[in-house]
Ligand binder design. Structure first.
Ligand code: APR
Length: 240
């Protein structure tokens, strides 16, 4: 069914969450087994409070995440989505992830709602730098300002341009596919409903139930995203 919807839809948008990158080797945040927030306190580590009052732990946490990111690569699912974009099957990817794997896999139209762990920027002059600096213990800009990861912290608002582009894509979509998100974090979790309200078909592929399952036209639980995308990709190729 999903393969058919992909071929007949005019504007397909994919919304991805941390579950898109667990098969790359990164932990997600809320999986029952091994979500990052099951063992670490996000407010203590990934928040404006931590940046200001808990800087040592903040730096250590992001050095750990940047180091881990460097050891991982896009999974087969990222590569399939990039190929679907080239074939005109997918028009936009909106991601909550900060790993840059969609772009690394070749996707062009990627909207990063929560920023990127690929760069750090100066708190004083806002100059951006490669996040390798963080793991090389270079924590200050030439201007003397402190360097922080270019991700949205708890307590910060999302980049206005990213929100504008994501809302516009969700409103244009006639098919919105959620891949690997618990849909517990706002405002990203409003996008499925916005698409649905504009007449789009909503598909959710997620290991565990999500907050938006009741609005979905198709829900696929208890299956890995990489396998699901490979299966659909084979169906699309068989249908050519
Ligand atoms: N295949 C399918 N689903 C998976 C897979 C997989 N291989 N791996 C994990 N999942 C599912 C989990 O069951 C979980 O419900 O992906 C979902 C990931 O949900 P979260 O961990 O809540 O991640 P996400 O929805 O992206 O979180 C949103 O919260 O902490 C903030 O900024 C952070 O961007 C993040 C935001």
């Amino acid at each position: 069914m999903l393969a058919q919807w992909l071929t007949t839809s005019n504007y397909t948008v994919v919304l991805t969450g941390a579950g898109m990158s667990t098969e790359s080797g990164l932990l997600d945040f809320r999986s029952a087994q091994a979500g990052l927030w099951n063992t670490k306190n996000p407010q203590q580590l990934a928040s404006t409070y931590a940046l200001k009052y808990n800087r040592e732990e903040f730096i250590a946490f992001y050095q750990y995440r940047i180091r881990t990111l460097r050891q991982c690569n896009p999974q087969a699912g990222h590569l399939i989505l990039a190929e679907w974009e080239k074939r005109g099957i997918v028009q936009n990817i909106i991601t909550q992830n900060v790993d840059g794997f969609h772009q690394q896999a070749g996707s062009q139209n990627v909207i990063e709602l929560h920023g990127s762990l690929r760069t750090v920027h100066c708190q004083q002059c806002h100059q951006a730098h490669a996040s390798d600096m963080y793991i090389n213990e270079e924590l200050h800009c030439a201007c003397g300002g402190f360097l922080r990861p270019s991700v949205v912290l708890f307590g910060e608002s999302l980049p206005a341009k990213a929100i504008e582009n994501a809302w516009s894509a969700a409103q244009k979509a006639d098919l919105l596919i959620v891949l690997g998100s618990s849909l517990q974090v706002s405002p990203a979790n409003q996008l499925p409903l916005i698409a649905k309200r504009n007449g789009a078909k909503l598909v959710i592929v997620n290991m565990e139930p999500t907050e938006a399952d009741n609005w979905a036209d198709l829900v696929i639980h208890h299956r890995k995203i990489g396998e699901v995308l490979k299966e659909i990709d084979n169906e699309l190729k068989d249908g050519e």
